[in-house]
Design a protein around this ligand. Sequence first.
Ligand code: HPA
Ligand code: ZN
Length: 326
Amino acid sequence: PALEAWLRKMPKVELHLHLEGSLEPELMFKLAQKNAIDLPFNNVEQVKQAYQFSQLQDFLDIYYQGANVLVTEQDFFDLTWAYLLQCKAQNVRHVEPFFDPQTHLARGINFATVINGIHAALLQGQQELGISSELIMCFLRHLSEQDAMATLALAEPYLDKIIGVGLDSSEMGHPPEKFSRVFAKARQLGLLTVAHAGEEGPASYIHTCLDDLQVSRVDHGVRASEDPDLMERLITSRMPLTVCPLSNTKLKVFSDMSQHNILQMLEQGVCVTVNSDDPAYFGGYMNENFFALANGLEMTADHAMMLAANAIEACFASGKRKSQLL
Ligand code: HPA
Ligand code: ZN
């Protein structure tokens, strides 16, 4: 409880957050009603009942369904703004959220609608809440290289609003090298790259993220601990891992928080960070993830400070902004 009070006040940076995964059931119902979208639930209680997953795909099916309620630019603004208000309440001072344009394009929503709504909220968050941000566009790895390439082309007029590209969705069977050419094109356009790897997929996928996609960070990456050579590589390069503790236990990457390897990796010198991933689905935002580590893993205030400092080191903010975050 004393540590929890201290963690609430600690300044934080979030580097692994899917905006579509911050859609709370209350807003989902409100938007479903406004946009006349059918939901397979009658009330918020039924929604929460449905949030029981035994692997990543169980979650993804329900997450893509939830995103169907997002239609207008205002909807994307409201989604993003609600997340930023949570950040403000939890003393999260810099964020680098992901969005999944392909989820929306497939439903006939324009790229402009999505990015303009998100961007307007991020700008207002900077101005009114003092939360700095950089936006990352993710490709859905279960879709084709060609679909990702077409999405990147749609983003070209908006490159001033995006700092980088990422890779999410079903990991198994969709290795990073499937998107080598897309990521090369993104880098040519001046974008940074990150990718989900080593969440459910093997450590070899983390190697190919580094070698083929030339990522600046690995999202999740927890299965790196199975490969000593990879661990050495991550430690010496200070390659950041954006770890999501509550996500990992909800999706059974670890059976229980007591089994999570984040503090072990921290103590070995890996640049691990704490993040919420999809807070509306996994039971909490940044503070709740830190609380879970304090309760399930005996995380100390010193650990928490190192984790928070790692996120500042790993973020894409300017040197000037980073020094303000310290
Ligand atoms: N893994 C893969 N895809 C995702 C995730 C995740 O944790 N969250 C949202 N899309
Ligand atoms: Zn994720």
